[in-house]
Design a protein around this ligand. Structure first.
Ligand code: HCA
Ligand code: CU
Length: 403
């Protein structure tokens, strides 16, 4: 990525940023958590299409669902793993799996890089999900981590509902897992209720105490998915879970676009290893597959994420795009647009359109046209074609004088 200015300053004009983040790995779970979105029903070819696009973008890990989650899942997963290997993908496949010998054996059969074990650790899930004590959860998890390691694979454990689990219970399980040599532990905010401050404090407890890498998975029930991911990274989390457009159980988790925009605006170097121009294509592809629009507030990929409208904004943008942008659309293969066809448009935006149409008009004419557009637009939006018609049908004042 060519750039002559210092990264931080170029991205946002505030130097230096208040951040401790040195590097981050992205774990995309569109094919596991995303499939739990009630509107997601991915066919196998669609899954391959999504996995291939994720690999093109360059996510570090692709998490897939368990081989026992539906009838022919094992066969499909095995094919997917081998296809990704054939394409020399650098994205490593991890299989989400209950702490259960049979499930793990099937997951190992897929040839995936590693196994993402998970089990509830909060009192809610101990009671409502598996009925096991903290000591039992810890023992089962450690045994399974050792088993996965004996097969030469990466072993990760997810402490489901970590933010509603007693800290002492989590520390007990984590100490045992660390001793067992687990590679990575995920701390999911399963119900999306944690605040960024709670996430920061709790994640710091783990990053400062243990050898394993720390992973975070934040649900978006209170709209804090991206903010909580940031808090986790600031506290030293090494790996963040995302899905395309944030899809998942209920209203989902931290979105890939949200995480990328958050990191990019802090320091572009943090996302330099990813193929950023693939991001809009990925969101569009999954939106099309799901039959939903990309949400209007999705960072980077929302249809109007780089559309400037108010006259004050368009005037400033025309002089310096950084005046009202913290992300450079061109880095994502997107063009910024000016929405000039509204009642709040301004003369600088209209003048820019006049130049695009290769016309020459005096300032006084531009001012008259601007007023015409502002009146024509009213409460109903008008099209750019309408604006062009207003511009072209305007009789320049200088032409009148010459006659
Ligand atoms: C789930 C729950 C989970 C698991 C995360 C993990 C969560 O739907 O199975 O494996 O670490 O949010 O707790 O997604
Ligand atoms: Cu989840």
């Amino acid at each position: 990525m060519e750039d002559t200015e210092p990264q931080n300053a170029a991205a946002n004009g505030i130097t230096p940023r208040r951040t401790n983040i040195k590097s981050v790995e992205i774990l995309d779970t569109t094919l596991r958590e995303g499939e739990q979105f009630s509107r997601a029903h991915f066919s196998f070819p669609q899954k391959i299409e999504i996995a291939t696009a994720l690999a093109r973008f360059g996510v570090d890990y692709i998490e897939v669902g368990s081989p026992v989650s539906y009838p022919n899942a094992l066969e499909e997963l095995t094919t997917m793993v081998s296809q990704l290997k054939k394409r020399n993908s650098n994205s490593k496949v991890l299989v989400h799996c209950r702490v259960n010998q049979e499930d793990v054996d099937m997951a190992l059969e897929t040839g995936a890089y590693g196994i993402n074990l998970f089990m509830g650790t909060s009192k809610f899930l101990q009671k409502a999900s598996h009925g096991k004590s903290v000591e039992e959860v810890s023992k089962l998890a450690c045994n399974m981590v050792e088993y996965v390691h004996s097969k030469g694979r990466f072993a990760r454990f997810g402490a489901e509902d970590a933010f509603r689990t007693d800290l002492k219970d989590l520390l007990y399980i984590c100490a045992a897992l660390d001793e067992a040599g687990v590679d990575q532990v995920d701390f999911p905010d399963t119900v999306g209720g944690a605040t960024p401050f709670e996430v920061y404090d709790r994640i710091l407890e783990f990053t400062k105490r243990f050898r394993f890498k720390v992973e975070f998975h934040g649900h978006n029930d209170t709209g804090c998915g991206v903010a909580n991911a940031l808090a986790a990274m600031e506290a030293g989390a090494h790996c963040i879970n995302v899905t395309v457009m944030g899809i998942g159980e209920r209203n989902g988790i931290c979105s890939l676009s949200g995480l990328v925009s958050r990191l990019y605006s802090l320091d572009r170097e943090l996302v330099k290893q990813y193929n950023l121009v693939e991001l809009p294509k990925l969101d569009k592809m999954v939106a099309t597959i799901l039959g939903v629009p990309i949400p209007h507030d999705m960072p980077i990929t929302a249809p109007n994420a780089f559309t400037h409208k108010a006259g004050i904004h368009t005037k400033a943008i025309l002089q310096d795009s950084q005046a009202y942008e913290v992300l450079r659309p061109e880095d994502f293969g997107i063009r910024r647009t000016l929405d000039i066809a509204s009642r709040i448009t301004g003369k600088h935006a209209i003048a820019a359109r006049v130049r695009e149409l290769e016309l020459e008009l005096e300032d006084a004419d531009i001012a008259i046209i601007t007023e015409k557009v502002r009146h024509a637009a009213g409460l109903e939006p008008i099209s750019l074609e309408n604006v062009d018609l207003i511009i072209k049908s305007h009789k320049p004042s200088s032409a009148g004088k010459e006659d």
